[in-house]
Design a binder for this molecule. Structure first.
Ligand code: HEC
Length: 403
């Protein structure tokens, strides 16, 4: 009976409000067609989420370093890129490996932007921008002195870029740049406004919007997001500010747990702002009030004091034998099961080796050493449990709930 109660508790809001799945800060977020959400992290993972249920549907650990940027293409595919200089295109819903790799090596990529016509632009740390055409082929745009840090497509199909050289540029169809602004200080973020126009920000925490200058904080701006009539900015100091446009009126400065954040995205109806945190979590905020949504750290039910420990797993693992597909395999029947042996689940080659049998000792080892140390090459997020009490609670919980 209590097991049933647990399923209900675990399936409820905590998951839906707060998504925990990354093994490091969440560096990029992208809203996907149909209301899905994708996130990318310093842990090299890309995760596809079902935001309404809080479930992770797929984890891909393919990049060789931090994933700095995501872009949703109009056809439902997702582009990802980062430290390793590779650019990947993923099929709708995600996969273990990309469907296409338009750039297999190159300078680290700081930003990506997808145009409504399917063109994809990538900002290189080497100072070049590469633009990939939907049908194949690419061109290289050079002009920035130093790394390109941010990209956006203007309403008129013009590519906009910003760089560490302090300039903001517009590129015409022939690939010739015009300098739109020269700020002296490195630029860190750009966003094209839905009705036309551009927001850009830099190291000094100021967001420039045409003639307006909006103070986001006194530290570098790390992310900007826009929706019709709205602009959000996050700074490295932990300030997240929401303004209404076009007048630039301050709506809210977010106050709550999980700050600072590295990434921002509005939901499709602009009622919700998602933030990707330094603390590895993705949180939801109500745009109308600026409030952190839902119970942020719900108390575990008194009847199941150990259930709390499983919250770190619930986004990716079911406990039921017949669950719908999630990012990780169901943990039903875990103890005594050989690693990587669940039929129908596509394990990484490391887990598929099956050289471990799961029991109290091996699960404990997984979370004291960390999955990355015990099973290098696994798609599990990097996570370690420092507190022996937490680990003991997790093991007690798993022993009961996975039977
Ligand atoms: C972001 C999603 C995610 C989270 C959060 C997560 N896991 Fe996993 N887990 C996975 C994936 C993906 C795999 C399969 C990995 C592979 O094939 O390399 C996996 C595999 C496992 C396995 C091996 C299962 C088998 O059939 O061999 C165990 C055990 C496990 N996870 C336990 C946990 C526990 C306990 C937690 C919480 C403390 C947790 N995981 C949190 C995604 C996750």
């Amino acid at each position: 009976m209590w097991k049933l109660l647990l399923f209900v508790l675990l399936a409820l809001p905590a998951g839906a409000q707060e998504l925990l799945g990354h093994g490091g800060p969440v560096r990029a977020l992208a809203l996907l067609p149909g209301g899905g959400l994708a996130s990318a992290g310093f842990d090299a993972a890309v995760i596809w989420w079902h935001p309404a249920s809080g479930q992770a549907q797929r984890v891909a650990r393919w990049h060789g370093g931090a994933v700095n940027a995501l872009a949703a293409l109009p056809d439902g595919r997702l582009a990802s890129a980062g430290e390793d200089g590779r650019i990947a295109l993923w099929p709708p819903g995600g996969a273990e490996a990309p469907a296409e790799v338009p750039q297999a090596e190159g300078a680290p990529v700081a930003a990506l932007a997808a145009a409504p016509d399917g063109r994809l632009a990538a900002a290189g740390w080497d100072g070049a921008i590469r633009v990939f055409a939907p049908g194949g082929g690419s061109r290289r745009l050079e002009g920035h002195a130093g790394p390109v840090t941010a990209l956006a497509w203007g309403a008129d199909g013009v590519l906009l870029s910003a760089g560490q050289d302090g300039t903001v540029r517009a590129w015409d169809s022939a690939g010739t740049p015009t300098t739109l602004a020269e700020r002296g200080l490195p630029r860190t973020a750009l966003a094209a406004l839905p009705g036309g126009g551009l927001a850009e920000a830099g190291l000094d925490g100021q967001v420039h919007l045409g003639a307006l200058s909006l103070p986001a904080g006194d530290r570098p701006v790390v992310a900007l997001a826009t929706a019709p009539g709205l602009l959000a900015a996050a700074t490295a100091g932990g300030a997240v500010t929401l303004w209404s446009l076009p007048e630039g009126r301050l709506l809210h400065r977010l106050d709550g747990p999980g700050l600072p954040v590295w990434s921002l995205a509005f939901s499709a109806d602009a009622a919700t702002l998602w933030t990707g945190g330094q603390d590895r979590r993705i949180r939801r905020w109500e745009v109308a009030t600026g409030a952190a949504l839902g119970p942020l750290a719900p108390e575990a039910a008194p009847a199941a004091p150990d259930a709390e420990a499983f919250r770190a797993c619930a986004a990716c693992h079911s406990l039921a034998g017949d669950s719908a597909p999630m990012a990780g395999p169901t943990l039903h029947g875990l103890f005594g099961r050989r690693m990587g042996s669940l039929p129908g689940y596509a394990y990484s080659p490391r887990l598929a080796q099956g050289d471990v049998v799961w029991n109290r000792e091996t699960v404990a080892q997984l979370f004291t050493q960390g999955p990355d140390v015990m099973l290098p090459g696994t798609r599990m997020p990097v996570q370690r449990m420092q507190d022996p009490e937490d680990l003991a609670a997790l093991l007690r919980f798993l022993e009961e709930a996975t039977r």
